[in-house]
Structure formats: structure tokens, C-alpha cells
Design a protein around this ligand. Structure first.
Ligand code: NZQ
Ligand code: ZN
Length: 387
């Protein structure tokens, strides 16, 4: 296990009606809040009205930015930055899933920067400071509620790029599982795949001696495998939604990656290229790509790690490491299919046309992946396997 510093600064307010505590939290940072939300789910659920009432009752002034898209666009981010600058906003409250939270983080960083906020995403500038943000999570998936990551899409350049900064970690996040009751089957399943993928990205690394982290990772995977189908069958099952919600945060708050050099993240980088061009739901892209990444990188030296996962998570009994590894990958594919996730890019109408371009764009800053380094040709091959 490598040396590490671990600091999770986000305060989690977990459970039913925890929304009632937000005013006190916000008042630690400011009195004029920009509420951000997406394309209407928080209006339909009544969450927006409820939050506005709570803030009004506590003399907290509110501005609004709605309409942020899934795969949030730079355009919305720029709109948010202008609203903040023109109105002296001192806190951003994101109501929604990962897209709303990521867009809000971009706004928070952009407000404190003189240049173009896109500079952060193309690695021209580093986030040094940001407005404080809080979140009310409505979809269990990305972990953005408890990390410093933000992924934004630039439609003009067809790029979808990530940044990460300590100063973008939410000050608090409300995790009320009942707020996810209304998430439809498709988004629930995509969320489960995303959570599992975050575990995979940090599980499949060349590091040794991280028994505890890998056991936690396997626990999160088992939770997704047990609770995911329950949430699909019974959308209002509190315990299933609660377990998935907490799994979302724990899968990507740095915990399972501690003591390791870094995560792999190759599959995420490839998925971002696919959704940059085709606006695909993130978890759906991962469901298609991850088993193919696994098949592509599997070899005799690393098979033991796949086999371990298969034995501990799926109960695979096979003794031969490579055979067990292959059975593990098949079990993961079968689980994703049981959630009605597609297995091929052609099923979501994505043709081969841009595979080479996606390979080149994914490796724009150099080869990707840590478990196995991938150059543009390798990325294109994984996309070919996924067609
Ligand atoms: O826009 P609204 O109306 O809110 O509807 C959303 C959207 O259509 C809907 N939804 C959310 N909560 C709901 C609900 N519908 C009914 N009831 C609710 N309670 O679900 C749809 C998808 O929402 P979105 O926020 O896009 O989903 P998700 O949380 O999966 O976020 C995906 C984005 O996060 C990025 C992805 O690349 C993608 O852009 N990621 C962010 C990460 C991070 N910051 O750490 C890591 C991830 O790997 C990921 O890359
Ligand atoms: Zn993800």
C-alpha cells in the first residue's frame, strides 16, 4: 500500500427530510444563492418549490438557472457564470444528478477566473478558487456529490472533458433516498452501471497490498448487484434506493483508490469521447464499453485480479485464473444485460464512422489507462469490439 493523504471535506446529510437542514448549512457561506437544476424533474417532484420556500423562510435570496442538460454544456455554464457575476451570488445550490452538479462546479470555478472557463478543461489553467457549492442529489450515479470532479461538454469542439479540484468538492450534500424514487428504470440502471464502473476503474490497477480497499470495492459491487434489481422492480423501495445512493458517493469519493498510485480511468475517457459526439447517457456507454475493455486488457499476468472479483462478487468457482477471469467478464456483461442495458454501440445507433477520431481524441494528452496503457490504436480496437 502506498502512502496517502485522505480528506473528504463534504458534509453528508443523509436520509428522509434532511433537506430541512440546508438553510443552516448555506448560511455558513452566504446569503444569495444560485439554484441550478435540469430539465424539469425537480419542478415535477416539487423539490424546487420546497427548497425555495425553505430559503425564503430563512431570508436567503435566490437566483435560478434551470435547463442544464444531461452531459452539461459549456453554454449553460457560461450563462451561470454571468448570473453569478451580475448578482453577487455567494453560494451555488445544485438540485439534480451528476450533470447539474458538474455544471454547477464549472460555474463555481468560472466565477473566480478572469479567462474562459473552458481553459480549465483543456488544461490551460488550473482551478485555484471557486464559489462554495452544495448539492441536493436526485440520482445515484456519479459520486459528484462527494468529489471534486466536473465533466463538461463543448458542443463547438465536440469535446467532453473532466477536471478535478479540491476546491470543487461540495461543502455539503443532501442524500435523501426518497428523492430518487422518481428516477426511471433506464436512468436507475445507468446509475448502477456508473457506480460499478467507478469501482472497476480503481480496482483494476497494478498496485498490490490494498486488501482493505479492494474488499470495500467488492462490497460496493455486491451492493449494486443486490440492490439495483430491487430498485428497478420497486422504485419506491427505500432501502434499495438508500443503499444505491450511499454506494454512489462511496464509489467515487477517493476511498477505494487510497493507497494506490491512481485509478485506470481508460474506459471513462473512451466513454466521454463517445458521448461527446453522440450525447449518449454516460452509464449506457460504460455498460457497452467496460466488458470489452476488460476482454482487451486481460492477460495471463493480470487475470488473477479479474478472477478474484469473480470469486468474491459473483461466486465463480473456476480454479484456472484465465478461465475464471473470462467467466467474471461474462458475469458482468450478463448483469448489465439483466438491467436492460445495451451491449453494443449499434444498439444505440452509433456507427463506426468516428471510431478512429475518438481514439485520437481520447489520447489527445497522451496514452490513457494505468492498468494497461492504451494508445489511440488500442482505443479504436476497443471501440471496434463494442460495435
Ligand atoms: O434534467 P432533469 O429534468 O433533472 O432530468 C434528469 C436527466 O434527464 C433525470 N433525473 C435526475 N434525477 C431525477 C431524474 N428524473 C426523475 N427523477 C429524479 N429524481 O435523469 C437524467 C440524467 O441526469 P444526469 O444528471 O445527466 O445523470 P447522471 O447523474 O448520471 O450524470 C451524468 C453526468 O455526470 C458525468 C457524466 O459524464 C455525465 O455528464 N460524470 C461525472 C462524474 C463526476 N463529477 O465525478 C464522474 C462520472 O464518471 C461521470 O463522468
Ligand atoms: Zn462514471
Amino acid at each position: 500500500m502506498k502512502n496517502f493523504n485522505y480528506h473528504t471535506s463534504t458534509k453528508i446529510l443523509f436520509g428522509k427530510n434532511k433537506i430541512n437542514e440546508i438553510a443552516g448549512e448555506i448560511l455558513n457561506y452566504g446569503k444569495h444563492v444560485l439554484i441550478t437544476y435540469g430539465q424539469g424533474s425537480v419542478i415535477k417532484s416539487g423539490l424546487l418549490e420546497k427548497v425555495k420556500t425553505i430559503l425564503a423562510d430563512n431570508d436567503i435570496k435566490v437566483s435560478e438557472l434551470g435547463g442544464i442538460q444531461p452531459n452539461p454544456r459549456l453554454e449553460s455554464v457560461k450563462k451561470g457564470i454571468s448570473i453569478c457575476k451580475e448578482n453577487d451570488i455567494d453560494f451555488i445550490l445544485a438540485l439534480g444528478g451528476g450533470s447539474i452538479i458538474d455544471g454547477s462546479k464549472a460555474i463555481a470555478a468560472g466565477v473566480k477566473y478572469e479567462g474562459d472557463v473552458w481553459d480549465f478543461y483543456i488544461r490551460k489553467a488550473k482551478v485555484e478558487d471557486a464559489l462554495p457549492i452544495g448539492t441536493v442529489l436526485t440520482l445515484a450515479a456519479t459520486g459528484s456529490e462527494m468529489n471534486g470532479g466536473s465533466v463538461v461538454t463543448n458542443d463547438e469542439t465536440q469535446e467532453k472533458l473532466p477536471i478535478s479540484s479540491e476546491s470543487l468538492k461540495p461543502k455539503f450534500s443532501v442524500l435523501d433516498p426518497t428523492l430518487t424514487f422518481s428516477v426511471n428504470k433506464y436512468q436507475t440502471a445507468s446509475g448502477v452501471v456508473d457506480i460499478m464502473s467507478h469501482v472497476f476503474e480503481q480496482y483494476f490497477t497494478p498496485d498490490m497490498g490494498t486488501e482493505l480497499q479492494d474488499n470495500i470495492a467488492e462490497g460496493i459491487l455486491k451492493t449494486c448487484i443486490n440492490e439495483g434489481p430491487i430498485a428497478l422492480a420497486e422504485p419506491e423501495n427505500y432501502q434499495a434506493r438508500a443503499n444505491l445512493m450511499w454506494a454512489s458517493s462511496l464509489a467515487l469519493n477517493g476511498l477505494t483508490g487510497t493507497g494506490k498510485m491512481m485509478g485506470d480511468w481508460g474506459t471513462h475517457m473512451i466513454e466521454h469521447e463517445v458521448s461527446a459526439i453522440y450525447d449518449l447517457t454516460h452509464g449506457v456507454g460504460l455498460a457497452i464499453l467496460f466488458p470489452n475493455w476488460m476482454k482487451f486488457v486481460l492477460n495471463e499476468r493480470n487475470a488473477f485480479k479479474f478472477a478474484r472479483l469473480g470469486r468474491n462478487v459473483f461466486g465463480i468457482k473456476e480454479e484456472d485464473e484465465v478461465l475464471a477471469a473470462n467467466k467474471t467478464i461474462d458475469a458482468i456483461r450478463a448483469f448489465f444485460s439483466s438491467l436492460d442495458m445495451p451491449a453494443k454501440l449499434s444498439e444505440v445507433n452509433i456507427p463506426e464512422e468516428h471510431f478512429k477520431k475518438m481514439g485520437e481524441k481520447a489520447c489527445k494528452f497522451g496514452p490513457i489507462g494505468y492498468f494497461r496503457r492504451l494508445n489511440d490504436v488500442a482505443v479504436t480496437e476497443i471501440l471496434e469490439l463494442s460495435k
